[in-house]
Design a binder for this molecule. Structure first.
Ligand SMILES: [Zn+2]
Length: 380
């Protein structure tokens, strides 16, 4: 079993291997070697994910973190108790902690199965995790490695819908602008209508349970002395669990329909650029309870269950796997993708213990429920 010094060394070596999306090969080979040394059956899969498996019976746990980072190399440095470098918060400490926790569990003869995944391409197209979904990976529980903070467990991510609206009008000289419809103004009017779309299930006091909309791009006009005849406008909606992208899209379509009634001379088209289902985990699952127990044991504080306004791998795999999931990892996600990416070493070491204790506890809760379910009825 690794000592704390070796656990820190593993993280340091992972940080030294610069691995922006598309350049994960070196770190993948390193992790496969490392996992093999620690007793996992390891290999690189067809898309480049590093996989490590342990055990052949009992409940199975997917521990999935990503190996890639955003581009922009940062020198590895230790300042006080903080380790700085690209990926030092997003999300190498989380993945390293999963490997270290597996090492402890293996040395204790953990009576379940582990599948550790160092995924590729999370910061780009998500090819690594999509491959797991396509291969219909079987697992009873899943933990994703992203910074939640050592005492927090992430149980929800909002969904998203990114649309492109184009408005076209027949126009002419701007000296007689009153004769024409300005495509930029028409598109902007629709944007203002989109901002009014809301549903009764939303809770406006919570950024997680409410829709937010951002106008992220606008193109239009350009030629001098001409009323703009074309405008493209991109809107990014962030959606609560009650509003999946399809529901939002049908409301957007209704808004456009009623606009068309009054503006038959404006040609409006809406295209979906991208969409992502919202995900909210059951806060009472054995996994959430098990990991919360781990936080309490190690940090002597109750865990905080958090819901994030961004999107994560749970969005992608939530619908595909339909199993209890959480996201966990040391570090402050506000530092994601910044030049200050860093993690507190003690928090990293504690996150290893929390994962290990949390998995043991989850397995106990799981087995206890199965024994109760399979016990023959007692005579009255
Ligand atoms: Zn990440």
């Amino acid at each position: 079993m690794q000592s704390p010094t070796e656990q820190i060394q593993l993280l340091r070596r992972m940080l030294e291997l610069y691995s922006p999306s598309g350049q994960e090969h070196e770190i993948a080979s390193f992790l496969v070697e490392e996992m093999r040394r620690l007793g996992l059956r390891s290999r690189i899969d067809e898309v480049g994910n590093a996989l490590g498996e342990y055990g052949s019976s009992g409940p199975s746990f997917l521990l999935c973190g990503h190996m890639d980072t955003v581009p922009g190399e940062l020198p590895l440095r230790l300042e006080g108790n903080r380790l700085y470098g690209r990926g030092a918060v997003d999300a190498k400490p989380a993945l390293a902690a999963m490997i270290c926790a597996s090492d402890i569990l293996i040395s204790q003869g953990f009576p379940g199965r582990l599948l550790v995944v160092g995924a590729v391409d999370e910061e780009s197209q998500g090819r690594g995790v999509k491959n797991l979904a396509e291969r219909r990976l079987q697992s009873d529980y899943a933990i994703f490695g992203e910074p939640s903070g050592v005492e927090n467990i992430t149980i929800g991510y909002k969904g998203s819908l990114h649309i492109r609206l184009s408005a076209k009008t027949k126009t002419g000289h701007s000296a007689t602008s009153w004769l024409f419809r300005n495509a930029i103004e028409e598109a902007f009017d629709l944007w203002k209508e989109f901002q009014k779309i809301h549903f009764p299930e939303e809770r406006q006091e919570s950024k997680f349970y409410a829709i937010t909309a951002t106008l992220i791009e606008i193109h239009g006009g350009g030629s001098s002395s001409t009323v703009p005849s074309l405008c493209d406008l991109h809107v990014d909606f962030r959606l609560p669990p009650a509003v999946p992208p399809q529901r939002m899209l049908s409301e957007v379509a209704k808004t456009v329909e009623s606009y068309r009634v009054t503006r038959s001379d404006v040609d409006v088209d809406v295209q979906v650029e991208d969409q992502c289902e919202p995900y909210e985990a059951d806060r009472d699952s054995f996994l959430a309870r098990g990991l919360s127990w781990g936080v309490r044991e190690v940090r002597r504080k109750p865990a905080t269950l958090t819901r994030k306004t961004g999107t994560g791998d749970m969005n992608l795999l939530g619908a595909a796997l339909k199993i209890p999931m959480v996201t966990y990892g040391a570090g402050d996600s506000k530092l994601d993708h910044t030049v200050d990416e860093s993690v507190d070493i003690d928090e990293y070491l504690d996150s290893i213990k929390i994962l290990q204790k949390g998995l043991v506890r989850t397995l106990e809760l799981h087995s206890r429920a199965q024994n109760t379910a399979s016990r023959p009825p007692q005579p009255a």
